[in-house]
Design a binder for this molecule. Sequence first.
Ligand code: C5P
Length: 195
Amino acid sequence: MSFCVAIDGPAAAGKGTISRAVAAQFGLAHLDTGLLYRAVGMKGGDPVMAARNLTPEDLARPDLRSMAAGEAASRVAVIPEVRAALVAFQREFAQRDGGAVLDGRDIGTVICPDAEIKLFVTASAEVRAERRFAEIGEGTFAEVLEQVRARDARDMGRADAPLRPAEDAVILDTSDLSIEDAVARACAVIATRRG
Ligand code: C5P
C-alpha cells in the first residue's frame, strides 16, 4: 500500500535532514527531488532535453550539492517543460509499495496533492543562510544570504508550481529549533496522523 509524506519548504530550512530521519524512522523510501533539478542544471545544453534524458550517472555527480548547482537548479526549475519532464518519475516514486517521503518545493501542491501527510518546513532567511554557510564552507556569509534570498524570490515568484505551503500542510518553523527537536516534531506529526 502506498503512503506518501510530502515535505516542502525553502532552501536550507532543514527539509533534507528531516526527510532522511523520517524515512529511517518509519521505514519509508526517500527522494530528494532537488537533486533532479540540480542534475538538470549541471548537465548543460538544452535543459528540457537534459530533463527528458536524465541518467543515474547525472544524479551521482559529486558536485550536485555545491552553490553553483543550487543556483543552476533554480534557474532551470522555472521552465514548465523541465518540470513536466520530471513529474512522472516523482509520482511513480511516491506511489511505491511500502511508502515514500519526497522533499522539494511542490510535492504537496503539485506532485502529490493527495499525500497522506504534508509538512512545510521553513526558517528565517538569516538562519538558513547561517546553516548553509556552515555546511558548504564556500563563499562569504553575505554571498550565501544573498543567494538564499534570490532563490526564495525565484522559487516563490515563478508562474509554474511556485513554492508555497499546501492548504492542508502542517507548518514547521525550525528557526529556533535544534535539528533534533525539528526531527522529533516532524516524527510526532507523522505518528499522530498515521495512527
Ligand atoms: O532543495 P534544493 O536546494 O536541492 O533545490 C534546488 C532548487 O531546485 C530549488 O531552489 C528549486 O528551484 C528547485 N526545485 C524545485 N522543485 C522541487 C525541488 C527543487 O523547483 N520539487
